[in-house]
Design a protein around this ligand. Sequence first.
Ligand code: G3P
Length: 219
Amino acid sequence: MKFFVDTADIKEIEELIPTGFVDGVTTNPSLIAKNGDDMAKTIKAICSIVPGPVSAEVTATDFDTMLQEGEYLASLAKNVAVKVPLTPNGLKTCKTLREKNIMVNVTLCFTAAQALLAAKAGASFISPFVGRLDDLGENGMDLIEDIVDIFDNYDFDTEVLVASIRSTQHVIDAAVIGAHVSTLPPKVIHELYNHPLTEKGLNAFLEDWKKTGQSILPK
Ligand code: G3P
């Protein structure tokens, strides 16, 4: 499973790169607004330090402007994946951009039917939002299971990019199902390392080691 970081904060990305776990980045208009910097500048900066796909989202809703925005975003760097919403115009834009060999991430997916349309439109990634479905009392992971099954049935190349992840359990569940990518808020990436027994066990090993008076490296 690939890990993307769900942030437009360049400092957060820079901190995570040395972990070796950053395979790509996803942004959206809310994350760009939160970051507070110019969008083109932000996307270029992220693309210069992350070699994998970096999603940058269009904000127009009509086809012509969506397409223009998508082409402009794709011109910022080779690894931009243009993000379009799951609307009729978004899917038309997806198809046209894919014909020009531009990566496309179709976002705001909440049903398997929508995911099927995105795959048929040639999307590189489909982004189902699991956390927002959980918020409504549904089980977001049921949707991931359905989409992975459907894509397997027809050998679609579209990668299932699990978005709106809120917890380490979401990551585990998505991996068990076999989703291709999880996009994680930096906080969740840090939480993946943690277990109280790891910390407790390490402390005990270190205490016992100290008692031996030894050092591994020759003095
Ligand atoms: O990238 C979009 C998605 O991950 C948003 O997550 O937490 O705002 O539902 P959230």
